[in-house]
Design a binder for this molecule. Structure first.
Ligand code: EPU
Length: 431
């Protein structure tokens, strides 16, 4: 029995840096991995049943390793049957509360709450960690649990939620929170009666979780819209489920090809999930061809400045806001970047300025970018997973050598990013 996915040699090496010799157009094809954020929900869902759940197309990334540790801390068996396949068995849960140390690594660890509540009637979890991109409250999760008849409390720093039997409810989510919606779906799948989540999240990762739950016997409809209905069923069973392609990784590669003036084919994508990105890239003058499960990206002539707004799905993903800002640093004119999901997700602009980008922020949610400005290789720091990805793109487009510290943030969410970019002709090395 193998313990966990093929070892992530570089993940958690806090000293790892990426060194990039930039200025080379990316050329060639690259395959997209399974979605990080969809994998998180799927792994939590496996806690709902005593039977095996087989997950396919799981990305080999740091967050999957961390989530595996969280599930194991609860008594679940998590076994990698190949590099991208997991078997999870939660027949014998030994705890209703993961240790604080593990939860601090990973925001998605809070998803165990919904599943444990359904299985055990009790769940505890410290405030989850995650990227420093805003306050990231969990009131949507907690208010939903309360509406389903749970008692909420604190034990030390842990949130503790208990129920004598979850009851379906009509729940209004103050904000269409992705993890909040997923948590409530997990709790509601076997609740007594029907739960309606009004103003729920429509993200593809929420749709992916619903598909898995329905394959386990759940009755969930309305996903992809903001009103999700979960008819509680008596029991769920094990399943085999394939994780959806990572739209954020696909988007990152698409922008990488465009910003380096290259030409790339990104394979294994779900084009519907990329509609907003494709629309904005085209508006900025990037050539994008959609072909089945492939996206072809190249440049013909100059890029144009555009305004982008990061919004809940189907708006442009906040996770692609920083990579798009790098692209817009190479566009002629003044671009506006509005971050409307998180209140502090523009910190990376300070690093981009070091590389020569002309970017100023007004407040913490709007960046104004004037371009095109040549980017110059520099020493910068990855502040979170997507900010780190954005700096890699800037390094690829810059002249000279860029050194990116704290690359473990990027390893949390991108499988073999250096290797995949090398496959496209990038000169990028881990030191
Ligand atoms: N919010 C609330 N109350 C809540 C929860 C959230 O007001 O109870 C607010 C937050 O303050 C924020 C907004 O809602 O302003 C969005 O937060 P959301 O809960 O939707 O984000 P999340 O579920 O914590 C997931 C992804 C993020 C992604 C966001 C938005 C996972 C594990 N994480 O986070 O992914 O940016 O949705 O789409 O699914 C990443 O992959 O790099 C990443 C950060």
């Amino acid at each position: 029995m193998r313990e966990q996915p093929a070892p992530l040699i570089v993940t958690d090496n806090q000293d790892a840096k990426l060194v990039i010799e930039g200025g080379r157009p990316l050329q060639g094809t690259v395959d997209v991995s399974g979605s990080k954020n969809a994998a998180m929900g799927a792994m939590a869902a496996a806690l709902l049943v005593t039977e095996d759940c087989y997950l396919e197309n799981v990305p080999n990334i740091g967050d999957v390793v961390h989530m595996s540790e969280v599930l194991r801390s609860l008594g679940a068996v998590v076994e990698a049957t190949s590099e991208h396949d997991l078997r999870i068995n939660a027949a014998e849960l030994t705890s209703s509360s993961p240790p604080t140390g593990l939860v601090g690594n990973l925001r998605a660890s809070f998803l165990v709450m919904g599943a444990l509540l359904a299985r055990l009637g009790r769940a505890g979890c410290s405030p989850p960690g995650g990227d420093v991109i805003g306050q990231r409250p969990i009131d949507v999760h907690l208010a939903g649990f309360a509406a389903m008849g749970c008692r909420l409390g604190r034990e030390g720093e842990k949130y503790v939620v208990e129920s004598d039997g979850l009851k379906g409810a009509r729940i209004f989510a103050d904000y269409p929170s992705v993890l909040g919606t997923q948590n409530l779906m997990l709790a509601a799948a076997t609740a007594r009666g029907t739960t309606t989540i009004v103003n729920g999240a429509a993200e593809p990762e929420v749709q992916g979780l619903a598909a898995m739950l329905n394959s386990m016997g759940a009755r969930i409809t309305g996903v992809g819209s903001h009103t999700i209905t979960v008819e509680g069923v008596q029991a769920l069973h094990g399943t085999r489920h394939r994780i959806i392609p990572d739209r954020l990784e696909a988007g990152t590669f698409a922008i990488a090809a465009a910003v380096t003036n290259g030409r790339a084919e990104i394979r294994g994508v779900e084009l519907n999930h990329l509609f907003s990105l494709i629309a904005k890239m085209r508006e900025a003058g990037v050539m994008v061809e959609e072909a089945g499960d492939k996206l072809r990206v190249w440049r013909e002539g100059e890029l144009r400045a555009v305004t982008i707004q990061a919004l809940p799905y189907p708006g442009l993903a906040t996770d692609l806001q920083a990579p798009m800002a790098v692209l817009l640093s190479q566009a002629r004119g003044v671009s506006y970047v509005h971050e409307r999901v998180f209140e502090n997700r523009l910190l990376y602009t300070g690093e981009l300025r070091k590389m020569g980008a002309e970017v100023v922020t007004t407040g913490t949610t709007t960046a104004i970018i004037s371009g095109p400005t040549p980017l110059i290789g520099s020493s910068v720091r990855a502040l979170d997973v997507r900010a780190g990805a954005a700096l890699i793109l800037a390094g690829l487009a810059a002249s000279g050598r860029t050194e990116i510290a704290d690359v473990y943030h990027v390893d949390r969410g991108y499988e073999r990013i250096g290797g995949k970019l090398r496959g496209l002709g990038a000169v990028i090395e881990r030191v």
